[in-house]
Ligand binder design. Structure first.
Ligand code: 4AD
Ligand code: MG
Length: 466
C-alpha cells in the first residue's frame, strides 16, 4: 500500500486525478444501494474527506457496516467534488478496516455538550471543535518559541520538583514517597521529612521564576515554558490545578521594558493565530460554545495593531470607585483587584487589554521590587476582556536587605532560599520578568469560555481523570 498522505495536504493542493492513501477515523457512514459515502477525518484539517466506496468493492459489506469512530485506510482517486463545500473528494479503489468501532462509541452525530466531552476527554481530539483548539494550541506554542528565540532568549527547563515556594503563597502539592498510613515522626510529633526520598519536604513547582532568575543572571535572558501546579481551591472557569506557563526573565531590565515585552508577545501570539489558524478560529467563532462571535477577529486585529494601555493600580482604583457600579468586592486603595474589577476595566471602561502597574505590596509576592513610596511594588498585570488577568510580572527586588526584610515580614523560612539570596550577594543586577498563563492566552484568542476546554486533560479540585 502506498504511504499515507495528510488530508490537510490534499485540501491544500487539490491533486485531482492522483491516486492517494489516507488513514483516519470515520465521522459518518451513509449507505445507498450502489455505494457508501464515508466521511473520514485524520486530525490534520478541520474538514473531513468525503469518500465514495462503490458497492463493487470486494469487502463492501464490511465497509458499509462500519460504525462511526472506526479507523480506516482508503486508497483511491482524487476527483472534483460534486457537492458544495469542498473542492475535492475521493473515489475508493480499496478500503481497509484498521480498527472497527463497536457499539457505544460516545461521539455520535448529534452535537455533544462540552460537559459530556470533558467526561470523554480521551476522544475529544476526534471532534472538529477540539481538533481546532489543539491545532491552535500547537501553533501558539510554536509561536512562543519563535518569539523568544528570535529575540535572543534561551529556553530554560526549570525544575518541576522543588524545595521552595516560588510565590510564597503556600499553594503547593507535596511530593513524597513516605508511607502516609504510618509516616515517620519527629520527637515533636510532626512528620519527619528527613526520612523522605529527598531528605526534606518538597513539592511541585508553582513557578519556574526563581530558577529562571538564576539563569537570566548568567545567560542574560531566558524563558521557561512548562507545567506549573497550584493547589489553590479555585473552582472557576479560569483556574486549573495544573497549567502551563511561559516565564521570560531578563537581566538589566526594568518594569517598563518587561511591560513592552509582554505587549509584543501577546501581539505576536495574536498575529500568528490570525495568520496560521484562521480556518479554525472562524469555525470556533461561529459556534455557540465560545464567548465571542465573528467580530472577535476585528477585536484581535485591533489588539495586534494598537499600543497597549498602561495605567497604575491607583488610577485603576479611581476608575472603579467612580464607576458607579456596585461590585461584590470593595474597591478601596489596598484592596486586591478581583476578576469583576479586571473585567470592568477591560470590557466596559477601556474595551481593550490594559496593563496595570505598581500594585500595593500587601497582596503581591515577596520578590517584587519595592518602590520608594514604601507602599507599592513594581508589579504589573496584563488584563484582557473576557478573562481578566492573563499575565503577572514584576521587576525583582535586587537589594538583599530589602528582600530579606520583606521575607521576614511575611514570616518566610529563608533557609531554603539561600541560593536565591546569593544572586543578590554576588553580582546583583536589576532584572524583571513575567508569567503568561498559556491556557488563558488560548481562551482569549479562541474565545472559549472554560479553561477546561483548552487543555488536553484538565486537573481541577476534585477532578483528575485520565
Ligand atoms: O500571577 P502569577 O501567579 O505569577 C507568577 O507565577 C510569576 N512567578 C510570574 C513571573 O513573574 N515569572 O501567574 C502568572 C499567570 C497569571 O497571570 C495567569 O495567567 C496564570 O499564570 N495562572 C493560572 N492559569 C490557570 N490556572 C491557575 N490556577 C493560574 N494561576 C495563574
Ligand atoms: Mg497574578
Amino acid at each position: 500500500m502506498s504511504s499515507r498522505i495528510a488530508i490537510k495536504k490534499l485540501f491544500e493542493t487539490n491533486p485531482v486525478g492522483e491516486t492517494v492513501t489516507i488513514k483516519g477515523w470515520i465521522r459518518s457512514v451513509r449507505n445507498s444501494k450502489a455505494f457508501s459515502f464515508l466521511v473520514v477525518n485524520d486530525g490534520t484539517h478541520l474538514d473531513s474527506m468525503q469518500v465514495v466506496v462503490d458497492a463493487s468493492l470486494e469487502n463492501y459489506s464490511e465497509i458499509s457496516a462500519l460504525l462511526t469512530g472506526s479507523s480506516v485506510a482508503i486508497t483511491g482517486l482524487v476527483v472534483k467534488s460534486g457537492g458544495k463545500g469542498q473542492a475535492i473528494e475521493m473515489q475508493a479503489f480499496s478500503a481497509e478496516v484498521i480498527g472497527a468501532a463497536g457499539e457505544g462509541y460516545p461521539l455520535q452525530k448529534k452535537a455533544s455538550s462540552l460537559e459530556f466531552l470533558r467526561d470523554n476527554a480521551h476522544f475529544r481530539a476526534r471532534t472538529n471543535l477540539f481538533g481546532a483548539i489543539f491545532r491552535i494550541r500547537h501553533e501558539l506554542a510554536m509561536a512562543t518559541h519563535e518569539f523568544f528565540s528570535n529575540r535572543g532568549f534561551y529556553y530554560l527547563n526549570s525544575p518541576i520538583i522543588t524545595a521552595v515556594d516560588g510565590e510564597g503563597a503556600g499553594e503547593m502539592f507535596k511530593v513524597t514517597t513516605l508511607n502516609m498510613e504510618n509516616p515517620p515522626k519527629t520527637d515533636k510529633g510532626n512528620i519527619d521529612y528527613s526520612k523522605d526520598y529527598f531528605g526534606k519536604e518538597v513539592s511541585l513547582a508553582v513557578t519556574g521564576q526563581l530558577e529562571g532568575e538564576c539563569h537570566a543572571l548568567g545567560l542574560g535572558a531566558i524563558y521557561t515554558f512548562g507545567p506549573t501546579f497550584r493547589s489553590e481551591n479555585s473552582n472557576t472557569k479560569r483556574h486549573l490545578s495544573e497549567f502551563w506557563m511561559i516565564e521570560p526573565e531578563v537581566a538589566f531590565a526594568d518594569l517598563d521594558e518587561i511591560a513592552d515585552l509582554a505587549a509584543d508577545y501577546i501581539k505576536h501570539l495574536v498575529s500568528h493565530a490570525l495568520n496560521k489558524c484562521s480556518h479554525e478560529l472562524d469555525f470556533i467563532w461561529k459556534l455557540p460554545f465560545s464567548d465571542v462571535d465573528a467580530t472577535h477577529k476585528d477585536i484581535l486585529e485591533n489588539v495586534r495593531d494598537s499600543e497597549f494601555l498602561k495605567i497604575t493600580y491607583t488610577e485603576a482604583i479611581e476608575i472603579l470607585s467612580k464607576s458607579g457600579v456596585k461590585f461584590e468586592y470593595p474597591t478601596n486603595w489596598g484592596d486586591e483587584l478581583q476578576t469583576e474589577h479586571e473585567r470592568y476595566l477591560t470590557e466596559k471602561h477601556f474595551q481593550r487589554p490594559v496593563i496595570v502597574t505598581n500594585y500595593p505590596a500587601g497582596f503581591k509576592a515577596f520578590y517584587m521590587k519595592q518602590n520608594d513610596d514604601g507602599k507599592t511594588v513594581r508589579a504589573m498585570d496584563v488584563l484582557v476582556p473576557g478573562i481578566g488577568e492573563i499575565i503577572g510580572g514584576s521587576q525583582r527586588e535586587e537589594d538583599i536587605d530589602k528582600l530579606i526584610a520583606r521575607m521576614d515580614k511575611d514570616g518566610m523560612d529563608k533557609s531554603g532560599y539561600w541560593w536565591y539570596l546569593d544572586l543578590r550577594r554576588y553580582g546583583s543586577v536589576p532584572h524583571a520578568g513575567f508569567g503568561l498563563g498559556f491556557e488563558r492566552a488560548i481562551m482569549y484568542i479562541t474565545g472559549m469560555s472554560n479553561i477546561r476546554d483548552v487543555i488536553a486533560f484538565p486537573r481541577t479540585p476534585k477532578s483528575c481523570d485520565f
